[in-house]
Write a protein that binds this ligand. Structure first.
Ligand SMILES: [Zn+2]
Length: 203
């Protein structure tokens, strides 16, 4: 997500307390942390600690853990991908991952479709075509690894279901398309960028 508040900017929270440590994956910086600084609140009925706000010791951003041990903001789905050259594409992928933690599955699917269409056009597909045509274009031009080509049929079935009607996507639908999108982004951007770094001598 783009923000005018850069992730490198640290926050010096005032009046922090020591609280029992809790391990979680910080949704801001992606680190697995177990901070023991923040604040806790008690249940007014029995005065027992019931919920806490933890401050990540890596990035200093706050995370709320509710009485049912749920985390807000939740951790994004899947893994981040390095080497994506365009900021707008990076933002869209972040958005697709973040909407999962808010259970917005249809929104995540729509973000992934937009990402796949964008990549296909960048790789020579004609703009303004059907979503499935873009996936087929990526497959026919060997951007989809041979053992992953079964995905194309699966996505075709799903795309047909969603044609001409408003279809609310399930968590499984969203997880599948997001995993596929992540794989493709890694193949197309992250791995080539990583090897380029290795074979390019430092200036
Ligand atoms: Zn953090």
């Amino acid at each position: 997500m783009s923000s005018s508040f850069p992730p490198s900017l640290k926050i010096a929270w005032q009046n922090l307390s020591n609280i029992p440590a809790k391990q979680y994956e910080c949704s801001f910086c992606g680190a697995s942390v177990a901070p023991d600084k923040g604040w806790y609140g008690v249940n007014p009925g029995n005065n027992r600690p019931t919920a806490s706000i933890f401050i990540c010791h890596q990035c200093t951003r706050p995370t709320f853990i509710d009485p049912d041990d749920r985390q807000y903001p939740g951790k994004p789905f899947g893994q981040s991908v390095d080497g994506i050259p365009e900021q707008s594409l990076r933002d869209l992928f972040d958005e697709a991952r973040n909407t999962m933690s808010a259970s917005c599955y249809t929104a995540s699917v729509l973000c992934c479709r937009k990402i796949l269409m964008h990549i296909a056009v960048e790789k020579g597909a004609a703009p303004g075509d059907k979503f499935i045509k873009y996936v087929e274009h990526l497959s026919e031009n060997n951007y989809i690894p041979p053992d992953a080509k079964g995905w194309v049929d699966h996505i075709r079935t799903k795309a047909n279901e969603a044609n001409h009607e408003i279809t609310v996507m399930t968590r499984i639908d969203a997880e599948e398309l997001l995993s596929f999108t992540e794989m493709l982004l890694k193949v197309i951007y992250e791995f080539p960028a990583a090897i380029k770094k290795r074979i390019t001598p430092p200036a």
